[in-house]
Design a protein around this ligand. Structure first.
Ligand SMILES: Cc1ncc(COP(=O)(O)O)c(C=O)c1O
Length: 395
């Protein structure tokens, strides 16, 4: 039989990610040692407190029922975390919603806010679910370029009037993936004014909130006066507490936005595993040193990798935040070709920038998810590859 496929699903592309994954698997089957810097999955374990408490909670028989909407004490813990970390006051009952993870919330929120014919503004390059979830909601994503000359912030004044008239929602992501830039207070203030002027609901993805380096403090969008009137913020424990595989996240901010997603979730979700909720509460209430400890390792990895790449003739900018390097590729290459050849010739997997949108062409993303000696080895191998290509070109 022909299995039916919805028009909405058919708009989703697997493209470059699938191609890269296939090639990686083929090489690994042939015994090639791949240094995988392509996937943004933390390799470090959660803090010991998280693993120990989780083991305790898992042994308690009462923790195996449906939780349905999530524990109130989880929302209280998020409110405590936001007050102590970002000086943002949240009403836990109406301004916090528990999620499976940021990814799940990002997938469902557009369905709650958008209709066919509506436009949603998304970053280009941007994290792929932004575009996909808007298409699945039947609406149309409109890419906003993030350019180096504008510090990778969107140029709000360049958006055409006709687009603004149809735009209902805008997604922003700082610190960002794949572009590792940070937002400024001034930009977020402009964004609040822009949202009010054009009636556009702001969705801030703050998944990398705590991977901000060199003593800089993360800025919650909700800390900007008026932000709660115009938007919401996603966050999770995946990166802050290295709990990506035992996922739990939340949405906070605008009450109507929260209520809309809560309504959808009441139909499709019966809540997270209770031991996870309980351990998330412990983590959110713990002293902040619990997650700050990993920052020095990320900074060390970033510095070693960037210096090693510089030494082999590929200077790349040091990221101010996140677990990635957003690296401009050497002249004369295209992103896809560069990433595929580096995988085949050097056994180093990176993600081509154009997998995240057209403005990612000319870049690759490297994830800092390997110990330093492997990152240095990756740089050495890339150096050998670059030398071999420049010999070939010069012959
Ligand atoms: C920008 C961004 N947002 C959201 C997510 C999803 O995070 P979570 O684990 O909270 O679903 C990721 C995961 O890598 C991400 O990079």
């Amino acid at each position: 039989m022909t299995v039916p496929m919805s028009k909405r699903l058919a708009t989703l592309e697997t493209g470059i990610f699938a191609e890269l994954a296939l090639e990686k698997r083929r090489l690994q089957k042939n015994g090639v040692d791949i240094i995988d810097l392509s996937v943004g999955s933390p390799d470090m374990p959660p803090p010991a407190l998280v693993m120990e408490k989780l083991a305790d909670y898992v042994r308690q028989p009462a923790n195996y029922a449906y939780s349905i909407t999530g524990l109130e004490s989880f929302s209280d813990a998020v409110a405590h975390f936001y007050a102590s970390r970002y000086q943002v006051q949240l009403d836990p009952q109406h301004e916090v919603l528990q999620l499976t993870g940021t990814q799940e919330g990002l997938s469902h929120l557009p369905m709650c806010l958008l209709n066919e014919g509506d436009i949603a503004l998304v970053p280009n390059p941007g994290y792929p679910i932004y575009d996909a979830s808007i298409r699945l909601a039947g609406a149309t994503p409109y890419p906003i370029p993030l350019l180096e000359e504008n510090h990778f912030l969107p140029c709000l004044e360049d958006i055409p009037e006709g687009i603004l008239a149809r735009a209902k929602m805008m997604i922003v992501n700082y610190p960002g993936n794949p572009v590792t830039a940070l937002a400024t207070h001034e930009f977020f203030e402009q964004l609040v004014a822009f949202a009010k002027r054009h009636d556009i609901f702001i969705v801030h993805d703050f998944a990398y909130s705590e991977l901000v380096f060199d003593g800089v403090r993360p800025i919650s969008f909700l800390s900007i006066p008026g932000a709660k009137e115009v938007g919401v913020e996603f966050n999770s424990l995946s990166k802050t507490f290295n709990m990506a595989g035992c996922r739990i996240g939340y949405l906070c901010g605008n009450r109507d936005g929260i209520e809309r997603l809560a309504l959808l979730k009441s139909h499709i979700d019966f809540g997270n595993f209770l031991p996870l909720q309980r351990v998330a509460i412990d983590a959110l209430l713990a002293p902040h040193e619990l997650f700050e400890a990993q920052l020095s390792e990320y900074i060390h990895r970033r510095d070693r990798l960037c210096e090693a790449l510089q030494n082999v003739g590929w200077p790349v900018a040091k990221s101010p935040a996140t677990m990635f390097i957003w690296a401009k590729i050497p002249d004369g290459f295209q992103s896809r070709e560069f990433a595929l050849n580096a995988l085949r010739e050097a056994g180093v997997a990176m993600t081509p920038g154009n997998a995240f949108g057209s403005e990612g062409e000319g870049y690759v993303r490297l994830a800092l998810v390997q110990p330093v000696h492997r990152l240095e080895e990756a740089a050495q191998r890339i150096g050998v590859y670059l030398k071999s290509v420049s010999h070939a070109v010069n012959r």
